[in-house]
Design a protein around this ligand. Structure first.
Ligand code: GA4
Length: 317
């Protein structure tokens, strides 16, 4: 067996946190284990839309450098943050405070949303820490996409990874900073929301956070359960046939420490057509959606609220 957590999505007694399937990537070079590794990834994507990757091979230095960069950035005076990369409401890139997107969503956080592609004309961090991080996590994303193709028995193993390796890839980097705040909303006495419920639209998301909790995923029965933070691992959220898990972050309820999470969103170029690969379509298993470009999908996304489902707009009648 190559999976480290024996009972995925079993809630641990003490914390009520959920154990998502764990993928041990150190086994990728082992010819004997690689097929079961790719099978487990496919299973995790199909059943949960999220898994945890351990032994990912990305050095601590790369991760902590970007984390330090982020913490330094968020510690700056407000005016400096606004002037550093852009306006208060990123359109969509730059520094954001409370406002998410441009259709009225708000949360208890501040963030940096940047294009991951250095050659792009959009703002990016221009920091070595961010470049090194993006290089490392995009390689990890590609490795996982190759394993997914293997697990799905797709003949062209790089069919997915090529989309994010493309020089025009529309991948993004997001740093979310959740300062400590009072746990309950004083008016409603309900949990305060850091980042409202949504599913990620990109091919896959690679999320890393410090040891402060906040991430929750929605179970099939609609119950929200916390995911235990693990600074040494990455959480991978998938999309498509591998439906992206609905998730959110509650406001940070730790007494003094801020929560910081870093997301890499692996995306295709804007002009890439999104449609099922031929081998997956048959008269018995027809394509459910009209083909669309990633650019078209993004336009629909930016016209929607955080929790909206955009895919329905492209459903075949
Ligand atoms: C959710 C996932 C990513 O964080 C993001 C978000 C994007 C944004 O912040 O600009 C969106 C949201 C996300 C989907 C609906 C729209 C657009 C905020 C929003 C209300 C960067 C992304 O790609 O889609």
């Amino acid at each position: 067996m190559v999976v480290a957590s024996p009972s995925p999505l079993k809630r641990t007694k003490k914390t009520k946190a959920v154990g998502v399937p764990t993928i041990d990537l150190s086994l990728k070079h082992d010819d004997q284990h690689r097929p079961s590794l790719s099978h487990l990834i496919v299973e995790a994507c199909e059943e949960f839309g999220i898994f945890k990757v351990v032994n990912h091979g990305i050095s601590d230095d790369v991760i902590t450098s970007l984390e330090k960069y982020g913490l330094n950035f968020f510690a700056k005076p407000t005016e400096d943050k606004h002037s550093a990369v852009g306006p208060t409401v990123p359109k969509p890139f730059g520094y954001g405070f409370r406002n998410i997107g441009s259709n009225g969503d708000v949360g208890d956080l501040e963030y940096l949303l940047l294009h991951a592609n250095i050659s792009s004309t959009h703002p990016h961090l221009l920091s070595e820490a961010a470049d090194d991080y993006v290089d490392a996590v995009s390689d990890l994303a590609c490795e996982l996409l190759v394993l997914m193709a293997e697990g799905l028995w797709v003949p062209d193993k790089t069919i997915f990874s090529r989309l994010i390796k493309d020089s025009q890839s529309d991948s993004l980097l997001r740093l979310n900073h959740y300062p400590p705040t009072k746990m309950r909303d004083p008016l409603t006495n309900s949990e305060r929301i850091g980042f409202g419920e949504h599913s990620d639209p990109q091919i896959l998301t690679i999320l890393r956070s410090n040891d402060v909790g906040g991430l929750q995923i929605c179970m099939p029965d609609g119950l929200w359960v916390p995911v235990q933070p693990d600074p040494n691992a990455f959480y991978v959220l998938t999309n498509g046939r591998f439906e992206s898990v609905k998730h959110r972050a509650i406001a940070n309820n730790s007494p003094s420490k801020a929560r910081m999470s870093i997301m890499y969103f692996g995306a295709p170029p804007l002009n890439a057509t999104i449609s099922p690969i031929q081998e997956m379509v048959s008269p018995l298993n027809p394509s459910l959606y009209k083909p669309f470009t990633w650019g078209e999908y993004k336009r629909a996304m930016h016209a929607s609220r955080l929790s909206d489902c955009r895919l329905n707009l492209f459903k075949r009648r």
